[in-house]
Design a protein around this ligand. Structure first.
Ligand code: HEM
Length: 262
């Protein structure tokens, strides 16, 4: 937990190479997300729809009101992924999301600040390891038990499709990162280089695969949540009809058990 695996690596690899790799991964995310937006035209649609909805706004929101709506969306909808409801799905996602954020931030700090021979404070290496562990907890929970095609469609957990690229690459990064750090501190030199190689490849797949994976949802989802709540507050409701002024009657079907008896 107090090991800085990048410092040990810096004895054999110049820190500048690691820093270059981090910058290249960030550029890959920016370029791939840009290309994805151009290809899907989702952002063009998003802004066109928002402009259209604005015309049917019933209230002209002041800057203060808008800021309030945005802050509330960030604190509630985004920070706690409220769209996932109150169950296991949301807990697993929150674990994975904060784990990944901790893992990434700690990686950047360790690589840019503590590969020059300076000892990293133990709380930073702790954040790196705990971040990876939380990513594994949330991610494996999701992968083995919560995925829709496993939990509701009875496909086996080992069936892999393109849509799994993101979660699997993320899990590979966290798992191989931990295995690399563990084998390095235990003096298993050969194995530690083997896991370092797998850690390197999984990072390439995670960041190089943004265009084909669900990676960019972490940018799209917050944007959509902010737009939805602003449209709610100004009364335009994205040009959707208001809720019916009648008792909610869905019939008995709504009370049925979740489909899971295969
Ligand atoms: C660092 C940030 C994030 C990470 C690492 C992350 C990670 C993940 C992963 C691994 C999945 C499973 C993907 C799959 O279906 O195979 C997922 C799904 C999802 N994410 Fe995120 N996410 C992040 C940010 C966000 C944010 C900010 C939101 C919403 C505001 C969000 C909403 C969702 C939703 C709704 C799903 C579908 C979940 C399900 O099917 O159970 N995510 N996310």
């Amino acid at each position: 937990m107090t090991n800085n695996p990048f410092a040990e690596l810096a004895l054999n690899l110049p820190p500048i190479a690691m820093q270059f790799f981090v910058i290249a991964m960030i550029l890959l995310v920016i370029i791939s997300t840009g290309l994805d937006m151009l290809h899907k035209k989702n952002v063009v649609y998003f802004f066109r729809n928002a402009k259209k909805a604005k015309k049917s706004a019933k209230i002209n929101l002041s800057l203060g009101k808008k800021t309030g709506v945005i802050l509330k969306t960030v604190a509630h909808d985004i920070a706690t992924t409220s769209e996932l409801g109150m169950g296991k799905r949301r807990i697993a996602h929150v674990l994975g999301m904060y784990g990944t954020i901790m893992f990434w931030i700690a990686s950047v700090v360790l690589i840019f600040k503590y590969t020059d021979g300076t000892n990293a404070p133990s709380y930073i290496t702790l954040i790196w390891h705990i971040g990876a562990i939380l990513t594994c907890l949330g991610g494996y929970w999701f992968w083995f038990f919560l995925r829709v095609d496993v939990s509701a469609e009875a496909h086996p957990w080992y069936r892999i499709i393109t849509a799994d690229l993101f979660v699997l690459a993320l899990l590979a990064c966290a798992t191989f990162g931990l295995a690399w750090s563990y084998t390095q501190t235990s003096g298993m030199v050969g194995l530690s280089y083997f896991f370092l190689f797998l850690y390197f490849i999984s990072n390439l797949v995670l960041f190089g695969g943004v265009y084909w994976s669900k990676f960019a949802h972490m940018f799209y989802k917050p944007g959509a949540a902010i737009q939805k709540n602003l449209a709610e507050a100004d009364g335009s409701r994205d040009n959707l009809p208001p809720p019916a002024d009648a008792p909610e009657q869905f019939g008995l079907g709504i009370k049925r058990e979740q489909p899971k008896h295969y």
